[in-house]
Ligand binder design. Structure first.
Ligand code: GLU
Length: 285
């Protein structure tokens, strides 16, 4: 445990753990073990309407069943408790405050329909991720004197045209252009809940995570999070994005495709090592 490597598993308990998540988490556990490091488990339950305690219990049980063990977490405690994001409000608020002090975030009163209208411009590409229209940005300096987020959305002003680069341990060099691949992103919601980007960065920093292992669906988020680390004057962790598990039709497996939940596969008699390594078509058959 003395290597200094700290990895994490960060399940979101909105449904049963599915095969793709299980394989990504197993990879995270393997990398921590190979590095002789520690692994922590953090429950990402900020979406109160969709997260449920029974899914948290099921995720922990399923992770144990596939053979994973962690040294810190909601069920085992640890120096960075609590390990449930729903209980970590003060950490997120302190991070909001630090970001506000940089002048890089601003309160945003634009509604979904304002954004949709601006995006209806002819250049908007259909399948690209919608970019927050720069013409809807608040003026520089807006929100500078706010003492709390209040009932506003807050966004991070991205440095338009800057290429954000990082090295991925599994995929090699990555590059995304701010303002083209992603735009001003939410850091805080008007309902008082931090965004995923803010919460994950605040927690990975507070918990001393040295390498983030997660699915390749979060590559763009990594570019956003690198900007948050920089704004906070902090060093970003290392990154490893696992390939997404695809069904035989080449499409991503949805979390709710119940047939491929770890639980269902277990009930059908598959062993943990098959769930983690067998070709998808065999498990589906
Ligand atoms: N909680 C996210 C998920 O379950 C993962 C977030 C992350 O690893 O940064 O998809």
């Amino acid at each position: 445990m003395g290597s200094g490597y700290r990895g994490r598993l960060a399940p979101t308990p909105t449904g049963l753990l599915h095969l793709g998540h299980a394989r990504t988490f197993a990879l995270a556990a393997r990398r921590a073990e190979q590095a002789g490091g520690a692994l922590l488990l953090r429950i990402e339950d900020l979406d109160a309407a969709r997260c449920r305690p029974e899914f948290e219990d099921a995720a922990l049980e399923d992770l144990r069943w596939i053979g994973l063990r962690w040294q810190e977490g909601p069920d085992v405690g640890g120096p960075h408790a609590p390990y449930r994001q729903s209980e970590r409000g003060p950490v997120f608020l302190a991070t909001w405050e630090r970001l506000r002090a940089t002048g890089l975030i601003y309160p945003c009163d634009k509604s979904r329909s304002d954004v949709a209208r601006a995006l209806a411009a002819p250049h908007a590409e259909d399948d690209a991720e919608p970019i927050f229209p720069p013409e809807l940005r608040a003026p520089v300096g807006a929100g500078r004197d706010a003492t709390s987020p209040g009932a506003s959305n807050w966004r991070f002003r991205v440095p338009d045209g800057e290429t954000v680069r990082f090295e991925d341990a599994l995929r090699g060099p990555q590059a995304f252009v701010a303002g083209r691949d992603f735009g001003d992103f939410l850091v805080w919601r008007r309902d008082g809940v931090p965004s995923y980007e803010l919460a994950v960065v605040a927690d990975d920093l507070a918990m001393g995570v040295t390498e983030v292992v997660r699915g390749a669906d979060l590559l763009l988020s990594t570019a956003r999070q690198i900007l948050l680390y920089r704004a906070l004057g902090a060093t970003a962790p290392a990154w490893a994005h696992a390939p997404l598990v695809l069904g035989s039709d080449g499409r991503r497996l949805a979390k709710r495709s119940a047939g491929l939940s770890v639980r269902e596969l277990r009930q059908r008699g598959w062993a943990p090592e098959e769930v983690l390594a067998a070709p998808i078509d065999r498990l589906l058959g």
